[in-house]
Write a protein that binds this ligand. Structure first.
Ligand code: SF4
Length: 195
């Protein structure tokens, strides 16, 4: 009780010997969730919103995502931003296969998630046919606020460690659906570090 009171009063300086213990698994999950790097990979108009999310106004480097990596070997998040054509599907899969493990996928927009309004033979009717999707961001296009909400949701799940257990058990992604957030609206807070 006194330890909690000291922290409340004096922050970490209130801990007598400045020692914190944690499970290694928790620390690894915490570090992974705050240092994920997306691959540079945009397919259509949704990619413009993805680029806006990385630019100064939204600035996803606030979440440890400093740069979109030009090489998939330096990336661990694939944001599928836009419709996936049948011709592009094998290329997308190759980029995914070249990314480091553990890796995660966000499907951005209705076209990537379901083919959207392109219900024809040229467009893959859902990128989950090609790669395991962890988080779906709705919208046409999703606003940067929606994409950030999807990213924060993914970060929370990375920290939990549940995604890797699921991938090991089923080979599938987490299949989480986030809500759409209008441009300029206050994002729905995603509390990291809760289980
Ligand atoms: S969801 Fe809309 S914005 Fe995104 S790729 Fe499809 S048509 Fe373009």
């Amino acid at each position: 009780m006194s330890l909690i009171k000291d922290i409340q009063d004096d922050g970490f300086g209130g801990i007598p010997h400045n020692a914190i213990t944690a499970k290694l698994e928790d620390l690894v999950g915490w570090a992974r969730s705050r240092s994920s790097w997306p691959a540079s990979f945009g397919l259509a108009c949704c990619a413009i919103e993805m680029m806006a999310t990385g630019a100064a106004h939204y600035d996803i480097s606030r979440f440890g995502m400093e740069v979109f990596r030009a090489s998939p070997r330096q990336a661990d998040i694939m944001i599928v931003a836009g419709r996936v054509s049948q011709k592009m599907a094998p290329v997308l899969r190759q980029v995914y296969d070249q990314m480091m493990e553990p890796k995660w996928v966000i499907s951005m927009g209705v076209c990537a998630s379901s083919g959207g309004m392109f219900n024809n033979y040229a467009i893959v009717q859902g990128v989950d046919q090609v790669v395991p999707v962890d988080v779906y961001a709705p919208g046409c296009p999703p606003t940067p606020e929606t994409l950030i909400h999807a990213i924060e949701t993914l970060h929370q799940k990375i920290e939990d460690g549940e995604l890797l257990k699921r991938r090991k058990a089923t080979g599938a992604g987490a299949n989480l659906h986030v809500t759409e957030i209008p441009a300029g609206a206050q994002p729905v807070p995603v509390i990291l570090g809760t289980r």
